[in-house]
Ligand binder design. Structure first.
Ligand code: ARG
Length: 236
């Protein structure tokens, strides 16, 4: 079954429904109308293990975790960082990547250290750990955007001074942009698949799938392929 942008979940069907936010290359992005990326392949592999059809839907990032809590979707996979707060509301699989967030800056206004961010206008994607970094660590309000790319557009236009985002979409955003650069990691994070609490069998199937795709090289292959594809899309 193909993954259409509006492959809206039908309560009575027996497929595995993935919920994501598809502006986050290479983990999830749109190839025309189709949602593709590393997270999509991970969830498709889970569906395969369960012997079920697979479908996916993209919503705002703030709505991704609520969708599995309410049962609208089975698997939330959107480069979701495991956090103590989120663990109160959902169960997480074993992690499938170690990563973190970085600062995107204009080369004519170089970023040096975290102290420099205090009191500055900082763009983030709404609902993310980048937003939490600004509200919880810097104790200020960020400029919230719908996607990392929208935040970076504000940076280019001079409406924000810095953007904070996960490293991989950040790299994609600065690809081909002569005026922009990214910092080293300012946090250390891990991505995992989130599901509604109290589903030990589903959790086991996801964990087994992640262990398998790590061991047999599929995960590494998807990382390479989808990074290349999303970089190419950026060049267009
Ligand atoms: N890793 C960050 C978080 O969990 C950002 C994830 C954003 N993902 C997305 N598909 N837009 O908050």
């Amino acid at each position: 079954m193909s993954a259409l942008v509006c492959g809206c979940a039908d309560k009575n069907d027996d497929s595995v429904k993935m919920i994501t936010e598809a502006t986050f290359p290479p983990y999830e992005f749109l190839r025309g109308q189709e949602i593709v990326g590393i997270d999509v392949e991970i969830c498709r592999a889970v569906a395969q293990k369960l012997g079920k059809d697979f479908r996916s839907e993209t919503v705002d990032f703030d709505s991704v975790i609520p969708a599995v809590i309410s049962g609208k979707a089975d698997l939330a996979a959107a480069g979701i960082t495991v956090t103590e707060d989120r663990k109160k509301n959902v169960d997480f699989s074993i992690p499938y990547v170690k990563t973190g967030i970085v600062v995107i800056y204009r080369k004519d206004n170089p970023f040096k250290d975290k102290d420099q961010l205090k009191g500055r206008k900082i763009g983030v994607q709404s609902g993310t750990t980048s937003e939490m970094f600004v509200t919880d660590e810097l104790k200020q309000e960020p400029e919230r955007a719908k996607s990392p790319a929208e935040a970076v557009a504000a940076l280019k236009a001079g409406r924000v001074e810095f953007v904070i985002a996960d490293i991989d979409p950040a790299k994609n955003c600065v690809k081909g942009e002569e005026t922009l650069a990214i910092s080293d990691f300012i946090t250390s994070e891990e991505y995992a698949v989130a599901i509604r609490k109290g589903q030990p069998e589903l959790l086991k199937a996801i964990n087994e799938t992640i262990a398998e795709i790590k061991a047999d090289g599929r995960l590494a292959k998807w990382v390479k392929e989808f990074t290349e594809e999303s970089d190419k899309l950026k060049e267009k």
